[in-house]
Design a binder for this molecule. Structure first.
Ligand code: SF4
Ligand code: SF4
Ligand code: SF4
Length: 296
């Protein structure tokens, strides 16, 4: 009888949870990460975005990224998703009358699973909370790409000396007193940069002032342990509609570590290892299914 891949993946994930439960009693409590004091971030407000993609062009220029003309047969730079040439993308959600744009880039997680997964310390969370990549230590294992719940880190397979590509919130510009390129050029201030605390207050105020305009939640305050890129969505359009996964409020690395404790303390490596991969695949699969509702 053919194996149902979806059931297999979910079964592996359940096995992972059971393995984790066995090990959790002895597992060391992982300290909960909080937003750094000097945290900066971005707020994207889908009600303001007109889909002009000026931010996509500016991101390419500011980060010296090559054109991605694969979707146009070499004619235009027209990326359709995040990839090794594209750190920032605007997508569109459409369902009958309901329509929204969606800006995708690194979320700069409060407790980033890419950092947690990188055994070489090639990814780091800076004092201001921006997550950056440091190539000198990278082995190209690409665990970061597997671990990220948003599918962000991409790898330059096409290059002799590949890099991991992801938004670093234009740290090179911030270091010079500038703001991220996408935020600088946006004609609608649909994406803005600032101190994290100020962005949170701003987002909450918009919800309070215009409850009929917005979906009643700020994405990123708690999701997956929190993110320093925050989102507001239009009324009637959930964040899952926009391709953002429902992660709950626990940090993703806590799930990973709990399962790892189950592996090493239970000495059931083969089963548990498949369970870890199953858990990751199941979670990513859910995210991909949700993202499938969002068209480039
Ligand atoms: S520049 Fe601003 S309005 Fe235009 S697509 Fe980007 S976020 Fe939306
Ligand atoms: S979104 Fe992904 S790549 Fe960005 S910080 Fe979070 S885990 Fe890392
Ligand atoms: S902050 Fe910089 S790298 Fe990140 S999406 Fe904006 S322009 Fe691109």
């Amino acid at each position: 009888m053919p194996v149902d891949r979806r059931k297999l993946i979910k079964g592996l994930a359940v096995a992972g949870a059971a393995t984790a439960a066995a090990g959790v009693a002895n597992a060391k409590i992982r300290p909960r990460k909080t937003v750094p004091t000097d945290a900066v971030g971005m707020l994207y407000d889908a009600t303001r975005c007109i889909g002009c993609k000026t931010c996509v062009v500016a991101c390419k220029q500011a980060n010296d990224m090559p054109p991605d003309s694969a979707s146009t047969g070499g004619l235009y730079d027209a990326p359709i998703d995040l990839n090794s040439k594209t750190k920032n993308i605007i997508k569109q959600y459409q369902d009958g009358e309901k329509q929204s744009y969606m800006k995708a880039q690194c979320m700069h997680c409060v407790d980033p699973s890419c950092v947690n997964a990188c055994m070489m310390g090639s990814l780091a969370k800076r004092e201001n909370g921006i997550v950056t990549w440091h190539g000198e230590r990278c082995t190209g294992c690409r665990y970061c790409g597997i671990a990220c719940p948003y599918g962000v880190p991409k790898y330059e397979f096409e290059k002799s000396f590949p890099r991991v590509i992801k938004c670093e919130m234009c740290s090179h510009r911030i270091a010079k007193g500038q703001i991220p390129a996408c935020c600088e050029v946006c004609p609608r201030q649909a994406v803005i940069y600032g101190k994290y605390s100020g962005l949170v207050a701003d987002a909450k105020k918009r919800l309070a002032d215009f409850p009929d305009r917005y979906f009643p939640k700020v994405f990123g305050l708690e999701d997956g342990g929190g993110t320093q890129v925050l989102y507001l969505s239009k009324a009637g359009i959930s964040f899952e509609n926009l391709g953002l996964p429902d992660l709950g409020s626990d940090p993703v690395p806590e799930l990973q570590q709990t399962i790892q404790h189950g592996i090493y303390q239970g000495f059931v490596a083969p089963v548990a290892l498949f369970a870890v991969f199953g858990a990751v695949m199941w979670r990513n699969r859910r995210a991909q299914e949700k993202a499938g509702e969002v068209k480039p």
